[in-house]
Design a binder for this molecule. Sequence first.
Ligand code: 5GP
Length: 197
Amino acid sequence: VEKLKQKIAEEGRVLSNSVLKVDSFLNHQVDPALMDEIGKEFCRQFKDSGIDKILTIESSGIAPAVFTGLHLGIPVIFARKRKSLTMADKLLTSSVYSFTKRERNDIAISGELLAQNDQVLIIDDFLANGEAALAMADIVQQAGANVAGIGIVIEKAFQGGASKLRAKGYHVESLAVIESLEKETVKFYSESEEVQL
Ligand code: 5GP
């Protein structure tokens, strides 16, 4: 998605060699037109994979996941980081080490939301070391459902999460792949073009 790369180049801020801040369109303020483009692209990539449901994690995965669900015409579940009183008794949980918050947290969904044999598309905003995606895959497996694909908005290829997930046999699609954030510069993978921010 060219518009996504443009937005990253124009509005992204490199906070360190490993962290990119995109609060103006994805992580704090949300650009609905861009999310719609992202949803269309994930729909195009996964429409033949027989997906029944999307699973993401609150809060920043919700916007891209909902637009993807809209285009695929399927429901979207978001894993919660805090258990809510309204959640069912049967909780499926897994633990995630948060790359940005540097702490370990449990994530949970109500077991009743995923059926055995559901084909699930996992969506997330960023892929770094793959912890969040693996925890979601763990929840899908606990439900007896199947991970049919993983859609990532921004992959930081240098952190190895995508290789780890692909080595486990998952079909991973990333819309923008970053090769490096060194020297306060976003270097995209495909064209290896450098954008000074
Ligand atoms: P992983 O679990 O793959 O190590 O990290 C992915 C999660 O950490 C994502 O859900 C995302 O919220 C957060 N994250 C990882 N790297 C970045 C980053 O560079 N910028 C932002 N804004 N979030 C990130």
